[in-house]
Design a protein. Structure first.
Length: 128
């Protein structure tokens, strides 16, 4: 049944729109990739992120999740432990992988440059 203005009534449980349910699904899939029990805020891993606001969380120095807000691309200066790392940049709207790579790191400072994005992008970083 529609509204008086001719638009369709939202019949979704709880009133959530299809767009909201899509975004919640993206968030759910992102969170499922993380060790949520061990994950906590990490203010020490990001050393530089010119032109962007970055929120970081880590799980025992073996897994990191970053939310990057800015535009264009961002060079993240990170302080990481030694190991082989897997990088996944994710589109926050679709949850799709934008770019992946692996690298071997001796420990200390490492710069990662994001792919081009508009508004925001997410990064998953895990030590294999």
């Amino acid at each position: 049944m529609g509204h008086e203005d001719g638009t369709a009534k939202n019949e979704a449980p709880g009133g959530g729109s299809p767009a909201l349910r899509t975004q919640l699904g993206v968030l759910r899939r992102f969170l499922e990739a993380l060790d949520l029990v061990a994950l906590g805020p990490d203010g020490a891993v990001v050393r530089a992120a010119p032109g962007a606001h970055v929120t970081a969380a880590s799980a025992r120095s073996r897994q990191y999740a970053f939310y990057v807000r800015g535009d264009g691309d961002t060079a993240l200066g990170l302080e990481l432990p030694a190991g082989e790392w897997r990088v996944e940049w994710r589109d926050t709207r679709t949850g799709g992988r934008v770019h992946t790579q692996t690298f071997d790191h001796g420990g200390g400072r490492r710069e990662l440059r994001s792919p081009k994005y508009e508004g925001d992008i997410a990064l998953l970083l895990a030590r294999d």
